[in-house]
Design a protein around this ligand. Structure first.
Ligand SMILES: C[S@@+](CC[C@H](N)C(=O)[O-])C[C@H]1O[C@@H](n2cnc3c(N)ncnc32)[C@H](O)[C@@H]1O
Length: 290
């Protein structure tokens, strides 16, 4: 393979990605070339004449072929940064989204003492990004992540190990709260919430690469909220909170389900795009439906 420079590699790859209509192509090619070279992205900007050859060039080419096929950069790298922590991702896990950080900030704003020994349950844990981020921020907390996918559970456990949180995090395969006891101070969940009827509107990066069981929840996207919220309401401690991620226009129906379960809802917290994203409710009575 002929030798090329950083600048010529970037330019060639940029043309190929832009021809596919890929948004953010300029940043993508910088990140991928840095990865292929084993350097920081600042190196890519600072050394345009650096020669790229041999294995690095072959690695870069393989990554560009994957990106042209619309595989997201995080999947090509095998990791995603969430709340400034690095998480491994795989074909069996959702690629964590920045919008989900809204749940983290909503929870942290409501915890007065970070050292408190809280018990946290994360339903549909995927990579474990929500639970592990909370345990990272709340050193007194312990928690459990549940997922229907055994491969996701394995990945979450690996992420816990990477982040030095294995002693406070446990993971299990399960169908929402089935088989779980109560007594949780906080239950969080980012369940599947895309309607099957919206399938054709999804970007190929989502439709072809996120696992379907992490995306779809019946025809209108509400199916899993309807299943898991009553189960979670039963298992919360009195005084405990339930924090659920909502899709566009889903916050109001989610609040209706939470209220019907006897929980007291707050106004949902919006993400940076202004979408009501984190639905929050408190259990104020021992029997939520009493
Ligand atoms: C939208 S993803 C969220 C993953 C992760 N919590 C995050 O925020 O990136 C939903 C997760 O729920 C899991 N899931 C789907 N149905 C489930 C069920 N019945 N019980 C438990 N987990 C389920 C999926 O495997 C997937 O990991």
């Amino acid at each position: 393979m002929p030798s090329m420079t950083v600048a010529s590699c970037l330019q060639d790859a940029l043309i190929r990605l832009q021809a596919e209509g890929i948004e953010g192509a300029r940043l993508d090619v910088r990140i991928l070339l840095a990865e292929a070279l084993g350097k920081e992205t600042s190196f890519i900007l600072g050394y345009p004449e650096y020669a790229v050859s041999g294995d690095a060039l072959a690695r870069f080419e393989a990554m560009i072929v994957r990106r042209v096929a619309r595989e997201p950069v995080a999947r090509i790298l095998g990791r995603r940064e969430f709340w400034s922590l690095s998480f491994r991702i795989s074909a069996d896990t959702l690629d964590p989204r920045p919008d989900s950080e809204t749940l983290i900030s909503a929870v942290l704003e409501r915890v007065s003492q970070t050292e408190k020994p809280l018990r946290v349950l994360d339903l549909g844990t995927g990579t474990g990004c929500l639970l592990l981020t909370l345990l990272h921020e709340l050193p007194g907390a312990i928690g459990t992540g549940v997922d229907l996918s055994p491969a996701a559970v394995e990945m979450a456990a690996l992420n816990a190990m990477d982040l030095g949180l294995s002693e406070r995090a446990s993971f299990c395969v399960g169908d929402w709260c089935n088989g779980l006891e109560g007594g949780w101070d906080m239950i969080i969940s980012n369940p599947p919430y895309i309607g099957e009827r919206e399938k054709n509107t999804l970007a190929p990066e989502v439709l072809n690469f996120d696992p379907p069981m992490a995306l779809f929840a019946g025809d209108d996207g509400m199916l899993d909220y309807q299943r898991l919220i009553p189960q979670a309401a039963e298992r919360l401690s009195v005084g405990g909170i339930l924090v659920i991620e909502a899709g566009v226009h889903q916050a109001a129906p989610i609040n209706n389900i939470m209220s019907a379960c006897g929980l007291t809802c707050e106004t949902a917290v919006s993400d940076l795009g202004g979408i009501a994203r984190a639905c929050i409710a408190k259990k104020t009575a021992a029997d939520p439906r009493a």
